[in-house]
Design a protein around this ligand. Sequence first.
Ligand code: BG6
Length: 472
Amino acid sequence: MSKTKITFPKDFWWGSAWSAEQAEGRGETGKAETIWERWYKEEPYRFYKGISSEVATDHIHRYKDDVQLMKQTGHNSFRVSISWARMFPNDGVGQVNPKAIEFYRDLFTEMNNNGIKVFANLYHFDMPAALQDLGGWESREVVDAYVNYADTCFKEFGDLVYNWFTFNEPLGPILGTYLEGFHYPNLIDFKRGAQATFFTVLAHARAIQAFKKYNYDSKIGTILNLSPTFPRSQNPADVKAAEIADLFYTRSFLDPMVKGVFPAKLVALLKEYDQMPVDFNQDDLAIIKDNTCQILGLNYYEPRRVKARLTAINPDGPFLPEWFFENYTMPGRRMNEYRGWEIYEKGIHDLCMDIKDNYGNIEAFISENGMGVADEERFMDENGQVIDDYRIEFIQDHLAYLWKAIQDGCNIKGYHLWTFIDCWSWINSYKNRYGLVSLDLKTQKRTIKKSGEFYKKLSEDNGFSYDVDKLI
Ligand code: BG6
């Protein structure tokens, strides 16, 4: 085995990401209730060990120290999300909150002063609860409120932000709310989900439209969770199942947000099954066509493996994408058992190649990738440092395939890990830890993990040594 130094392009973005609801804590600035706070009040038992987002990683009080930790772990860029509920504490609309503006301006200034580029995302699953009551993403009124929120952020923070993003993983709230029951208010209704999907895409396009009038140097795009889809076999039935799964989970947002049009095959399928959104018009479609991403963030965690259905569907059950395929458990696959996700590092290469070959090689970066592990105290040394060699290996194995994608011509500008300091993970709360920095939940003490030290060196060296002969 011989190792070669693999080097990334100059000015590569090394960093990580998290979101407002997962890290900030409520604080004292004033903030509308979010759907997560509402849901916790109603069903606290849905959250791992009954822990809410009330305090989270207390970033609202500790942001100055946290920026120093970013530096110490090699960040030259970092993605936050701005809290809509904090910006507009009166139910997500009305007067903007001066204390929220002050907080985000201070944070972004602190980051810039320390050489850390600000990647600012607008929506990361955290709908103000009162707007959910109006229908959430099924409501045009909510789209208007979002565009007002987005425009306010562009105006107030435009001088401090390097890259803007309209949404993080817009598919997540659709799956969680309308199909799989892991986001409040847990409806099972595909057709309503299709409407919410359409309005999410419209909100994205209208935010980009609003952004363009400022003529900032920064770019705007979105962040999508994309899993390359693999059929069990080349049997035509498996291939067809994979193609349909891919339409639902990959092309549904990627095509309209990057190319400005919804995939014709998906539209035809939804028409056939009477699942089309009800409220849309030609003007909406024109806005979507004219306002597409300038940059794309790719969240990659696991591949999607599917096969043709073995069993018939229940025609009386609700319509779901699974009517057309079943998930396939590939013998021999490697798993991150804590999260239940397959580890398949080559998928990062396949994903980037898809963007190169089918989406005009748009400027892109890995906006999330990472490994959540439970009970990491097990791996602490006598000084309280988590010795997470498994995470270092995970990062290196994925980066090697990312490097290969760049050699193969992909327009990849950076890599952001999920996450920086261990943060609150929605219904999983603090079960799985993803950070470069560990968090003692009782004291809020932060300690850099072994992976945090590795990440600093990686960023300084802009690469690392690796046995590239291993790559397939
Ligand atoms: C991404 C999200 O899906 O994955 C994050 O953008 C999330 O918000 C991360 O925390 C890890 O997933 P989970 O469910 O383990 O928190």
